[in-house]
Structures are given as structure tokens and as C-alpha cells.
Design a protein around this ligand. Structure first.
Ligand SMILES: NC(=O)C1=CN([C@@H]2O[C@H](COP(=O)(O)OP(=O)(O)OC[C@H]3O[C@@H](n4cnc5c(N)ncnc54)[C@H](OP(=O)(O)O)[C@@H]3O)[C@@H](O)[C@H]2O)C=CC1
Ligand SMILES: CC(C)(CO)C(=O)C(=O)O
Length: 355
């Protein structure tokens, strides 16, 4: 197949936008980054510095082209949207006003983007991210890959791309081209079943708020057993809700399987805590912890993850007391001006009454 040389703009040089750009740019240079002035200036001056193979003492510096405004790149073919869900509507309006109807690659967790983006664009490819990334400063990027390491190849993350709704042959062709380009720098593949792919991933995201509330990696966890019990039940309710709503599991390397989630919820917490500990050690800091703890913000994707599942639970008549309890506590705590993670024993006390 002839490869079309698309011009890409990565909108949002945060954890995910920067990791994709840092992996791709050395192999395909028609990529540029866009972020707000302060971040853009630091990237222009210092480049992206990525911890190679996840090791902090091995840093690769990549000097990347950076813009602050889409008007600097009117010929953009593809916008890789790497902002959070809560920024998406404003960002979509800006893209529409400045570029019209470019190809969009939407990398948000969850399905809120499927509500927002079709209002503005006609060629949308969605992505499910299978890695964890964070920024130690605007120009310093860490990531944790879930891929099995390949001999002689640096570690990267894995991305599943797909479309939703009726198949459009033109868009499917564009997606194949884009996957070929992405594969120059990192692992990307097409999922022909995108709704199940993203919903399978979202089960993991139900745990983001629990780890944020408990301050995993930010404060002492007084009882790993209690944290495991809460998280595993939150995830297991998610699986039950999805099954009742007619979704099925789409297996992805490193994404916790529904079988393991079910087993974790069935086993006594004194045993399931070992499975849980093994899993969470690969999540240095999830995206919600970055919003709420690291950046001390009070915006998060809670409503698009646990809130979405609670709505779905209500629709399909499945009880979700762990999710409801955790959602209510997070809503209250995250809104506080100086959020401090809670002791898991206190979290348990707050949700226990709901169960
Ligand atoms: N981080 C992770 O490990 C993972 C994240 N995801 C998902 O990927 C998506 C992106 O997450 P992540 O990379 O962590 O997010 P970040 O918050 O790290 O990055 C988003 C970037 O976009 C910038 N931005 C937002 N609005 C604008 C705007 N109008 N103009 C210019 N820049 C803007 C933000 O700046 P500012 O902060 O100033 O608004 C920020 O620098 C989320 O949906 C998340 O759930 C999926 C898997 C893993
Ligand atoms: C990496 C992972 C799965 C952590 O929950 C994620 O998607 C996020 O941080 O939002």
C-alpha cells in the first residue's frame, strides 16, 4: 500500500501526547506538538527527555517541533487529541474553527469522546492506550510499558486504534496508513471491535479514583488488604455491569483480565492482596493521581469513568455499591481546595455503610 505522508499535530503535550511523539518523531518527522505557552516554551528549549526502557538514569533527549497555536500549522492532516476528556469540547471547537474537519485520533480513556467529537468532525479514529505515563516536569517524561519486551527493541507502549459506528472504507484505509506510520516508532494495531476494546480497558480505570483517594505511592497504605478489597470489588462490579450491558472482554497485553478481577473479588482479601500488589506496582501514577495529587487540580475524569459505569448500572439494573460509595467520597474529597489522600481505613469506614 502507498503510504500517505500525513502531517500530524499532537494536541496536548502531556503524558500520553509526549510519549507518542517521543517514540514517533525520531522515525517520522512530520509530527509537531501543541500545548499552552508555558509548556510549549519549555519543550522548545529543552526538548522531550524520556526515560529509556523505563530507567531514570537512561534519558533520551529528543528535540521536537512545537507550536502554541493551530494557526501556525494550517496544513495539518491529522490531529492527535491527547487532552483529558474535560478539556475536549473546548479543544474540539478550537480545532473546528482553525482547521475545519481534519482526521482526528482521539486517545482519551472512556467513551465521553464518542459523545463530543462527532458533533464537530466526520473522520474520527479512537485509541485505547495500553501503557502508563507521567511527567516529572513539562519536558521530562516517564512511562511504564505493559508490553512483553522484544529482544533488541526499546520498550514502548501499545495502542489499539478503531472506529465506531458503520464502517467507512475511506476511514478504514486512513487508519491502516496511520497504523503503518505509528509502527515506525511504537506498537499500534487495529481493533475491529473498538467498543469492547475501550470498555475492557475502562474496567482498569475504575480503580484510578481508588488509588487517588488512598494516595497509592504518595502516602503510607495502612492496610493493603483493605485497598485490595475495595479496588477489586470496584473493578468486579464494573465487569458485571459490562456483561449485563452486553459487552464482552477484548484481551490486551497487560490489561487485567476479567477472570483475574473475578477471582480477586471471590478470594479472601488476605490472598487477593498479593495479586493486587503485583498488578499495581506497574502503575507508577495513574492519570487521575496526576490531576488531583501531583498537579493539585480539582478537575478529573471521575464522571467519565465511575460516573459512566454508575449510569450504565442503573440502566441495566445491576447494583454497584462499591462504585457508588467510592464515587460519592471522591466527589466530596476531590472538590476540597487542598485534597489530601485518606487512610484506607477511613475510606472503608465511609463506604462500608453503602455495602
Ligand atoms: N497518563 C496516563 O498514563 C494515561 C492517560 N490516558 C488518557 O489519555 C488522555 C490524556 O491523558 P494525559 O496525557 O495523562 O493528560 P495530561 O493532562 O498529562 O495532558 C494533556 C495536556 O493537554 C494540555 N491541554 C489541555 N487543553 C489544552 C488547550 N486548550 N490548549 C493547549 N493545551 C491543552 C494540558 O495542559 P493543561 O494541563 O494546562 O490543561 C496538558 O498539558 C486522558 O483521557 C487519560 O485518561 C490513558 C492511558 C494512560
Ligand atoms: C495507566 C492506567 C490504566 C492507570 O489506571 C490509565 O489508563 C490511566 O492512568 O488513566
Amino acid at each position: 500500500m502507498n503510504e500517505k505522508e500525513y502531517d500530524f499535530v499532537i494536541f496536548g503535550a502531556g503524558a500520553i501526547g509526549s510519549s507518542i511523539g517521543a517514540w514517533l518523531y525520531p522515525h517520522y518527522n512530520k509530527v509537531c506538538f501543541l500545548d499552552r505557552k508555558e509548556i510549549a516554551n519549555e519543550l522548545k528549549e529543552k526538548g522531550i527527555n524520556i526515560y529509556l526502557n523505563e530507567e531514570k538514569d537512561k534519558i533520551q533527549k529528543i528535540n521536537v517541533p512545537v507550536i502554541e497555536d493551530l494557526n501556525e500549522k494550517p496544513d495539518t492532516d491529522v490531529v492527535i487529541l491527547a487532552t483529558k476528556n474535560y478539556s475536549l469540547d473546548a479543544v474540539a471547537q478550537e480545532i473546528k474553527a482553525k482547521l475545519g474537519d481534519p482526521i482526528i485520533i482521539a486517545l482519551q480513556n472512556g467513551v465521553e469522546n464518542q459523545k463530543i467529537l462527532p458533533k464537530y468532525f466526520s473522520k474520527i479514529i479512537y485509541g485505547t492506550i495500553c501503557w502508563n505515563a507521567w511527567k516529572d516536569s513539562p519536558s521530562v517524561l516517564g512511562f511504564s510499558s505493559w508490553q512483553k519486551p522484544e529482544e533488541g527493541k526499546p520498550k514502548t507502549g501499545s495502542l489499539f486504534l478503531g472506529t465506531v459506528g458503520d464502517k467507512n472504507p475511506e476511514l478504514e484505509g486512513i487508519m491502516k496508513n496511520i497504523v503503518n506510520i505509528f509502527n515506525k516508532g511504537f506498537d499500534a494495531q487495529i481493533s475491529n471491535d473498538f467498543q469492547n476494546t475501550i470498555h475492557t480497558k475502562m474496567v482498569t480505570n475504575l480503580g484510578n479514583c481508588v488509588l487517588t483517594l488512598a494516595g497509592h505511592k504518595f502516602r503510607e497504605i495502612s492496610s493493603m488488604k483493605t485497598l485490595a478489597k475495595i479496588t477489586t470489588n470496584v473493578l468486579n462490579e464494573g465487569v458485571q455491569i459490562l456483561k449485563a450491558a452486553g459487552y464482552s472482554e477484548y484481551p490486551m497485553d497487560g490489561v487485567t483480565s476479567w477472570g483475574l478481577v473475578g477471582l480477586g473479588a471471590k478470594l479472601p482479601a488476605s490472598i487477593s492482596k498479593f495479586i493486587f500488589q503485583k498488578k499495581v506496582k506497574h502503575y507508577p501514577m495513574n492519570s487521575m493521581q496526576q490531576d488531583i495529587i501531583l498537579h493539585k487540580g480539582n478537575q478529573s475524569e471521575l464522571d467519565y469513568f465511575n460516573g459512566y459505569f454508575l449510569e450504565l448500572a442503573n440502566k441495566v439494573g445491576v447494583k454497584a455499591p462499591y462504585n457508588q460509595g467510592i464515587y460519592d467520597v471522591c466527589k466530596e474529597e476531590f472538590a476540597k481546595p487542598n485534597f489530601e489522600p485518606l487512610d484506607v481505613a477511613d475510606i472503608w469506614e465511609k463506604i462500608e455503610g453503602n455495602l
